[in-house]
Design a protein around this ligand. Structure first.
Ligand code: PLP
Length: 382
């Protein structure tokens, strides 16, 4: 008999971290999806000021009403009826995800999850005693699932489907027509839609297409300030839903997870939203330039095919070197000074792919791509 719960023993560390832990300091890192920017300076000042002003206490479980109102305002173009009661502040998108799975998934029930995936989804479902059923989001369909694949997986024990657009790791995004098909599928089977939209403000030359604000009332949106305001270490995110009954359950659950989120930090995020509201657009512009740079470089290399993402901070090229798995390729690249993630860190259909996060400067991207090109030329001429 083990000293530890079956739950703890059932989950494993993620493959992304595994590569990261093997890398030295001198590599060019396309590894972690962490923007290389700092939060707006005025938000850092607001954080300091909030602490000086005594904002060092518990807040209400759902978070500061002013911040929740501000968040509701940013989504009101999609549903004019929402207000602070439709928002629960969480301690990160990661926390929001766990909250939602705990709120919806009973043992014996299952959830449809994308594959390749953000590696936390499956283990979260496992922690709730549920089963993960993975639907493919493949290169050949621009990383968008097909309704046929979804129909084959869904059964009477399916309680929810998670969508993630723009996607980590693929960079996949949706058209309005594709969104509507995926929405109809969920409606037909009476599933909750959990929509992870943490990259909603990092979209290129197009409008973000959201599952929020449609006529379906079983939608819960996960969001975070980590990427859009470069605040990964601040750990602030939120859950948004037009469904007040769902919000009641989510807020109750949040109490038992963290009681509430950081007091001073919430004031700082509010300051960022009020006084640096264009900051995500500035970041997005830079990510767009980097995205074009890395896609152009990758597509000029032997053995590589890469879609041009319309959002996110990732590319997920197909890289074919006969005799090498994606993990072996990632190890070869690491030896030559480049850290990236093997596609299989995000599920079995990631085989044949590598994930590059373009969270480094354009100069470093160019240097890193020179190294990748050198490695591929060497391996392909052997
Ligand atoms: C798709 C996706 N969802 C959620 C998160 C969690 O973000 P955070 O916990 O930093 O808010 C991430 C972070 O990488 C992500 O890529």
């Amino acid at each position: 008999m083990s000293d530890f719960s079956k739950r703890a023993l059932a989950i494993q560390p993620t493959g992304v971290r595994k590569m990261f832990d093997l890398a030295g300091d001198d590599v060019i890192s396309f590894g972690l999806g962490e923007p290389d920017f700092q939060p707006p300076a005025l938000a850092i000042e607001a954080f300091h000021q909030a602490m000086l002003d005594g904002r060092n206490k518990y807040t209400t479980t759902a978070g500061l009403p002013a911040l929740r109102s501000k968040i509701a305002e940013t989504w009101s173009h999609l549903d004019s009826g929402i207000d602070e009661n439709n928002v629960c502040i969480t301690m990160s998108g990661t926390n929001a995800l766990l909250n939602l799975f705990l709120t919806l998934v009973d043992p014996g029930k299952n959830v449809l999850l994308p594959e390749p995936y953000f590696p936390l989804y499956g283990p979260d479902v496992t922690l709730c005693g549920g089963e993960s059923k993975y639907y493919p989001c493949l290169f050949d369909n621009a990383f968008v699932p097909t309704i046929e694949d979804l129909e084959q997986l869904v059964d009477e024990d399916t309680v929810a489907i998670l969508y993630n657009f723009p996607s980590n790791p693929t960079g996949g995004t949706l058209s309005v027509e594709q969104r509507d098909e995926l929405l109809d599928f969920a409606k037909r089977h009476n599933l909750w839609i959990l929509t992870d939209e943490v990259y909603d403000r990092i979209v290129f030359d197009s409008e973000h297409v959201s599952f929020f604000g449609t006529d379906y009332d079983k939608v819960m949106l996960i969001n975070s300030f980590s990427k859009t305001f470069a605040m990964t270490g601040w750990r602030i995110g939120y859950i948004l839903s037009s469904n007040l009954e769902a919000m009641k359950q989510v807020i109750k659950m949040q109490y038992y997870i963290t009681a509430c989120s950081n007091d001073a930090m919430q004031h700082a995020v509010l300051a960022a939203m009020e006084h640096a509201s264009d900051y995500p657009d500035i970041l997005s512009k830079e990510f767009h330039a980097r995205c074009n740079l890395i896609v152009d470089r990758l597509n000029s290399m032997p053995g590589v095919e890469c879609h041009r993402p319309k959002g996110s901070i990732y590319v997920f090229p197909k890289v074919t070197v006969p005799g090498f798995t994606s993990e072996e390729l990632a190890m070869e690249l690491l030896r030559d000074g480049v850290l990236c993630s093997p596609g299989t860190a995000f599920g079995p259909s990631g085989e044949g792919h590598l994930r590059f996060a373009f969270t480094i400067s354009q100069d470093d991207i160019s240097k890193g791509m020179d190294l990748v090109e050198g490695t591929l030329n060497r391996l392909l001429s052997q």
